[in-house]
Design a protein around this ligand. Sequence first.
Ligand SMILES: Nc1ncnc2c1ncn2[C@@H]1O[C@H](COP(=O)(O)OP(=O)(O)O)[C@@H](O)[C@H]1O
Ligand SMILES: [Mg+2]
Length: 372
Amino acid sequence: MEFPETLRRLVTTVQLPGPGEEDYRDLISQIIRDVSRRRHVEVALSQDELDILVRHMRGLTLLEAEKILTKAIIEDGRLTVDDIRHVIDAKKSVVEREGLLEYYPVEATLDSIADLATLKAWLAKRREVVARPEKAEEFGLTFPRGVLLLGVPGCGKSLSAKAVAAEWRLPLLKLDPSNLYNKYIGESERNFKRAMEAAERMAPVVPWIDELEKAFASGGSEDGGVSQRILGSFLSWMQDRNGDVFIVATANDISRLPPEFLRKGRFDEIFFVDLPDQKTRSEIFRIHLSNRGKAAEEFDLTELGAASSGFSGSEIEEVVVSGLYGAFSEGSAVTTEALLAEISQTRPLSVTMSEKVESLRAWARDRAVMAN
Ligand SMILES: Nc1ncnc2c1ncn2[C@@H]1O[C@H](COP(=O)(O)OP(=O)(O)O)[C@@H](O)[C@H]1O
Ligand SMILES: [Mg+2]
């Protein structure tokens, strides 16, 4: 709730714990009972589907949840699997109202991500802990805290954040740093704290801070110390946060990253996402051709992989897209030859910025685990 400036210092805000799963379950029965008095309601949800519905309500206040559910039921007199989608959409708009967080419901699958085998294995090993945190705690294991993903642009760091959500079946809450500072001074810190509180309320959840160095660039003093203060509150929040909250942070440029993040203990692990090797490049071609409805087996994936040495995943995607444009405008089908021609016309970032890529690699060699 927002108070006018004059009232703000007279007011103390108390953060009450959000509703629990039982509260949402009670609410659902209550709404069904209420609506049934006026009209027939058909409930067509299995126990599993009901669990999923309840899980997606996490982080909503009871009032918000009530509005959303009542609307979903009244629309067609039914509570069905389709209403899960309604709840997700409604929640998305509630979360995004403040403008700092973007809500990604669980959706992506790991199949659309080539390689990154070590990272995937690391995640798979913790899946049970995440799924059953109480049992894990009895066993002496705490909820994982977070990972930092470093690497060459376009090699799948943001994609990996989505992989975390897919592997663990938890929603992602993306924090966009560029929105952090575009309000007047003084607001940023408060907005940031609010975003972190929202993340806690939604636990278990994966807050995702993309391009960490942009949010907390080291040495920037021209903003009156705001970014330093936000960095401070973020670090202490990382230390003291409540609830099952796993942070995924990504960075392209370690030289601009405050060293605090790289100290032992901030993250469970620092992963380095390197350029794809030849086999992975072929696989990325296959993924992006199939994504666009092309029969990947009609292409020479081995040759494409071999010819695209030094290309990042996103550059390979670009090649596929440009190839499609070319073919479409000529009224022909896209072929291996056309893609090879696109490849030969591209100078990948790893060539134009080879020194930067090399120094990032050298830095990561002793300090990070290879994600690929
Ligand atoms: N390993 C991969 N498998 C499949 N596609 C990839 C892979 N790496 C990159 N891509 C493609 O490149 C795009 C950009 O990758 P992204 O994860 O945003 O890179 P980064 O965050 O590291 O800069 C992705 O959306 C995806 O289409
Ligand atoms: Mg990215």
